[in-house]
Design a protein around this ligand. Structure first.
Ligand SMILES: Cc1ncc(COP(=O)(O)O)c(C=O)c1O
Length: 480
């Protein structure tokens, strides 16, 4: 069994095994004609159940053959131009190469003695990102597993910096369409069940700062403490960007921590055309960026950045075996002092490879392309009487609903849209997402693939209309 350990004696097996795996994926990518096969859990489960994990095949080729059945054939392929659903991007090749390298070398980014150059590479990328945001000379940060963890860490720092130790008094203000990780973080941080104050949004799904101001004032009058305002730069459902300059003003006025959740909108940091949409982000105390959403990086790749690096001390604990206090005096750099994690992947390498091969503009241009596509898609939808489209896109998301001329019952229209989404998924022809606007059921495109064309969007809309019509026709039959 030692022959499977990756070391000096097995370099050749490593090369051939990985090449064979790469070969299979490359063949799959080249021949995949739909983003999904439409397989159901019931249909796939027996194939996976049939695998006896206590009876290994002892043969990489045989396992790759088996993988075709248990995974590769039915995986959801984000690289396909008709995958239009969630915030998953197609990935760039330099980052995939980085992924292969980082898992083989397997550095752990907690301490210098487990990563050496990796520590410095991550630090340089953190400085680079903080520079793009404009956080100033004391900024710092750390890579995390994703936006949820970045938001949690930012809010942990905000809680520790708040002007009371009475957790019951702390309040966080976030828009009603902010990501649910804000509420989850509040729970994890031991805050009151009412700690997250939901601020309404305007017609463009941006936080209403007039209401935020009133809520902050009310908080003060009630003897409570505003711990943080979470501004979202790219909401999950609409891609809307909260008014960052106004929110920054209010945070300054109420001495409140400003966190910007730019998990989605961070792609604008490298945009040659649209960087100005993030104006005001430079005033944040902390920022979440998900490179695995709009920098075309494989999962996972995220970071939390802070204006004042000293605040990261709230995540610092010392262990004799790992990061004893004396290493601080010895000026040996480590990242574990800044992180919620201990053992941690060298995800930064993927971004490093990407920037070194493609450059920041290369990534930004790709993101600009999908933002342009969303605008064209919005015009297409707005001109199509079969659809109602909400919110002109600030990023690359379109939320719309099929509205048949002959049907007036909104609940029936909800059902037709839900049916259309499911039927489309089952066909595998395209994958779209859904959400609610008010009480009504809508459909959603999250456009992150520059290979998607307006013709793809138009074709998928026709498919949706067809499925919805079929549902309504059958529903009429049922009624008569
Ligand atoms: C605005 C926003 N914040 C945070 C997150 C959570 O990020 P992750 O899924 O990487 O944990 C998401 C995920 O979609 C998001 O859209």
């Amino acid at each position: 069994m030692r022959s499977h350990l990756l070391n000096d004696t097995t370099a050749e097996l490593y090369r051939s095994s990985v090449s064979e795996g790469v070969e299979r994926v490359a063949a799959k990518l080249a021949t995949t004609t739909r983003p999904f096969t439409g397989v159901t859990p019931d249909a796939l489960a027996p194939t996976i159940d049939a695998v006896d994990l206590d009876r290994p095949l002892h043969d990489t080729i045989a396992v790759l053959d088996e993988l075709e059945d248990v995974y590769l054939r039915d995986a959801v392929y984000f690289h396909h131009p008709r995958y239009l659903a969630h915030l998953n991007c197609p990935v760039v090749i330099p980052a995939v190469l980085g992924e292969a390298i980082l898992s083989a070398v397997n550095s752990s980014l907690d301490t210098w003695d487990q990563s050496a150059g990796g520590t410095l590479i991550e630090r340089k990328l953190i400085d680079w990102t903080a520079g793009r945001i404009g956080l100033g000379p004391a900024a710092d940060g750390v890579f995390t597993s994703g936006g949820s963890q970045s938001n949690l860490q930012a809010l942990l720092l905000a809680r520790q910096e708040a002007k009371t130790e009475d957790l019951a008094k702390l309040r966080i203000f976030a828009s009603e369409v902010s990501h649910f990780s804000v509420k989850k973080s509040a729970t994890l941080l031991g805050l009151d069940a009412k700690a997250v104050v939901s601020v309404p949004v305007d017609k463009d799904k941006r936080m209403q700062t007039v209401v935020l101001a009133a809520e902050l004032e009310r908080c003060r009058e009630d003897g409570l403490v505003p711990m943080a305002v979470v501004a979202t730069a790219g909401t999950t459902d609409f891609g809307s960007i909260d008014p960052l300059p106004e929110i920054a003003e209010l945070c300054a006025q109420y001495s409140t921590w400003m966190h910007v959740d730019a998990a989605y909108g961070c792609g604008l940091l490298v945009s040659p055309k649209n960087r100005d949409r993030l104006t005001g982000i430079e005033r944040a105390d902390s920022v979440t960026v998900d490179y695995h959403k709009s920098f075309f990086q494989p999962v996972s790749s995220s970071a939390v950045l802070v204006r004042d690096g000293a605040t990261l001390r709230h995540a610092t604990y010392h262990a004799e075996y790992l990061n004893p206090r004396r290493t601080v005096a010895e000026r040996i750099p480590n990242q574990v002092d800044k992180s919620l994690q201990t053992t941690r992947r060298f995800d930064a390498l993927k971004l490093w490879m990407t920037l070194r091969v493609m450059g920041a503009d290369g990534i930004g241009n790709l993101f600009d392309e999908v933002c342009d596509l969303a605008r064209e898609g919005w015009e297409l939808l707005a001109a199509d009487p079969r659809f109602d489209v909400v919110v002109e896109p600030s990023l690359s998301t379109l939320v719309y609903r099929y509205i048949p001329a002959a049907v007036t019952d909104p609940a029936e229209i909800d059902r037709a849209n839900l049916y259309a989404r499911k039927a489309l998924f089952a066909s595998g022809d395209a994958v779209v997402a859904g959400t609610k606007v008010g009480e009504r059921q809508y459909l959603k495109f999250t456009l992150l693939n520059p290979e998607t064309t307006l013709a793809d969007i138009s074709a998928v809309l026709d498919l949706i209309a067809g499925h919805a019509e079929q549902y309504l026709g059958e529903s009429l039959d049922r009624a008569s």
